[in-house]
Design a protein around this ligand. Structure first.
Ligand SMILES: [Zn+2]
Length: 370
């Protein structure tokens, strides 16, 4: 049994392409065979609770970054799609850190540990599956240490080396319900290879809503605004036009913005956490993920509404959204509000840098279109 599970872990970890996915997504039946159960079936699950408190700002990252070029490799909005699977949001920040370096508790709270995996939903949400700490460890990069604050925020550190835990961590996990102080060394970064050793760092609010770690943590310098590579307008008949900054456009159903975000000296690109369109007449629409991953209706933002996975530009080039390992391009979708006249599209990062693209929108076919 042990041998069979190890082989299964190896196969599902590397996948068919030979490239290990940042997070492990598997069919439910496979997870069940491996002994995983839905995370929210465990007594410690804290989802669906009321939000009673805000997180403080100025938190510290749980690891030391490699250097100025390699710090936050993927942000929490990042579009992920590995090996032809369903797209999903990255949910946390990939914090690049040297292999075997120390992972610290980012806050004071109850220490938890376990092996995790996910199943995916078409809307980009995921269901977490879990094997809680039982004193037995095996070599598997998909191991999590979490610190849960007294008011119910959950800080998750993924890819902690479960075969190399400090004895204090093992004792605390064996005992259960043990509070660790902020700054305590609780584990080490598992060697990942390919110059991508990292801790995947998630923060969940009391009600299960995903929080942007960068908004509450002292982040590496970012003075670089997101880039708008191109803006496309999609007409009601599905045809696509490339829009020009300052230009005038006719009736459009939606706008697709090809964009990337990066920070000072970073070798990685990621998804901007804010994109919006506003008319001079004040009508607007925005995906504003600067603090939490939530749509304008305060609901889960269906990933198919936020991103276009792939489309053909007017000159026949096929563009795809891909954010794996901090590389790629993001095609973000904006529905066009029922308005006309001058508009501004703004794309912003968590640090507040903004790039704008403006134009004039004619809703009526009769008005001149240039
Ligand atoms: Zn990650």
């Amino acid at each position: 049994m042990v041998g069979r599970i190890s082989i299964l872990f190896f196969v599902v970890t590397l996948g068919l392409s030979g490239v290990r996915a940042d997070e492990r997504v598997l069919p439910l039946a496979t997870l069940q065979k491996m002994g995983y159960r839905p995370f929210n079936s465990f007594p410690h699950y804290r989802g669906q609770r009321q939000v009673r408190s805000e997180l403080p700002t100025g938190l510290k990252w749980p690891v030391q970054f490699v250097d100025a070029a390699r710090n936050i490799a993927q942000n929490y909005v990042n579009f992920q799609q590995y090996g032809g699977g369903l797209p999903y949001y990255h949910k946390g920040c990939d914090l690049r850190s040297p292999p075997n370096s120390i992972v610290k508790a980012p806050v004071t709270g109850v220490l938890e540990g376990g092996y995790y995996s996910y199943t995916d939903n078409p809307d980009g949400s995921e269901i977490k599956h879990w094997i809680p700490w039982n004193g037995k460890t095996h070599s598997d990069p998909y191991f999590e240490l979490a610190v849960v604050t007294p008011d119910g925020y959950r800080f998750e550190m993924h890819h902690v080396d479960s075969m190399n835990l400090p004895k204090e961590t093992i004792q605390a996990l064996n005992k259960g319900n043990v509070v660790v102080q902020e700054g305590t060394a609780i584990g080490t970064v598992i060697p990942w290879g390919r110059d991508y050793d990292h801790i995947h760092y998630n923060i969940f609010r009391q009600d299960g809503v995903i929080v942007n770690p960068e908004a509450y943590t002292v982040s590496p310098a970012d003075h670089i605004a997101p880039k708008i590579q191109a803006v496309y307008g999609v007409r009601a008949d599905g045809s696509v036009i490339e829009m020009t900054n300052g230009g005038t456009v006719g009736p459009l159903q939606q706008i697709i913005v090809a964009t990337t975000e990066t920070r000072d000296n970073s070798i990685y690109v990621q998804t901007p956490p804010y994109i919006g369109i506003q008319f001079q007449t004040r009508e607007m629409f925005a995906w504003d993920f600067r603090k939490v991953l939530m749509g304008p209706d305060a609901k889960w933002p269906d990933i198919r509404q936020v991103f276009v996975a792939r489309f053909k530009t007017p000159n026949g080039k096929v563009l795809t959204t891909s954010g794996q390992y901090g590389k790629g391009l993001f095609l973000m979708r904006l529905p066009v509000p029922a308005a006309s006249g001058p508009f501004v599209i703004a794309v912003s990062d968590t640090a507040g840098n903004t790039t704008k693209f403006s134009g004039i929108f004619h809703r009526s076919q009769k008005e001149p279109v240039f």
